[in-house]
Design a protein around this ligand. Structure first.
Ligand SMILES: Cc1cc2nc3c(=O)[nH]c(=O)nc-3n(C[C@H](O)[C@H](O)[C@H](O)COP(=O)(O)O)c2cc1C
Length: 190
């Protein structure tokens, strides 16, 4: 079975909801998907690091804070230099998602950071592969309303609780993104 590790940080719980939706989509597509939360100190257990090394695909997730990843995610990324030295993650599938309060909010900078991290690890990047909902008729809860190709973007209004945000259409987009990652991971495993 294809193994997918979703490693993410969430300060207040909104990005966790996006991570859970990506997980549901990947698991629904037949993958053995597991969530690994980076804790408030930016740490991950030894067992989680071992699971990342064993995965066929690693999905990175972080809220966008001040136009980039949270410091906890960056601490994790810096710690991944241990795997980088031996290129342990080479040729694994990689993908990423971010959640923030503004419709734009500079989320692309966060996705771009994930892509660079994946390239440093010589991984193969998978985007959303999903057309944007951007016509006059488009509604906020349509698929990929935020129009991202590089990775998944979700938006949680600044005064929303994690139960209220990310919005439902973004969570459905997250599920389809998870299914796409599972499909690529299965293909690359052969
Ligand atoms: C320190 C900090 C910086 C933030 N910077 C941004 C930002 O650059 N763009 C944005 O749209 N929202 C920004 N936000 C809002 C968060 O992205 C938003 O509240 C998000 O839902 C938090 O996700 P979390 O609950 O997983 O931590 C910021 C929030 C905090 C606490």
């Amino acid at each position: 079975m294809t193994k997918i590790a979703i490693v993410y940080h969430s300060g207040y719980g909104h990005t966790t909801k996006a991570a859970e939706a990506v997980h549901a989509g990947a698991a629904g597509a037949g993958a053995d998907a597991t969530l690994y939360a980076i804790d408030a100190e930016g740490n991950l257990s030894d067992a989680a690091w071992a699971a990342l090394d064993a995965a066929d695909a690693i999905v990175f997730g972080s809220p966008t804070y001040m136009g980039s990843v949270s410091w906890q995610f960056k601490k994790f990324a810096d710690a991944s230099s241990k795997a980088w030295f031996t290129q342990k993650w080479k040729d694994k599938i990689a993908a990423g998602f971010t959640n923030s309060a503004s419709m734009n909010g500079d989320k692309h900078s966060t996705l771009h950071y994930f892509m660079t991290l994946a390239m440093q690890h010589s991984m193969a990047w998978v985007g959303t592969g999903m057309m944007p909902s951007n016509s006059k008729a488009a509604q906020r809860n349509d698929l990929n309303y935020l129009g991202a190709f590089a990775g998944l973007m979700t938006q949680s209004p600044s005064d929303s609780s994690p139960a209220e945000g990310p919005l439902p259409g973004d969570l459905e987009t997250a599920k389809q993104f998870g299914a796409r990652i599972a499909s690529f991971a299965a293909k690359s495993k052969g």
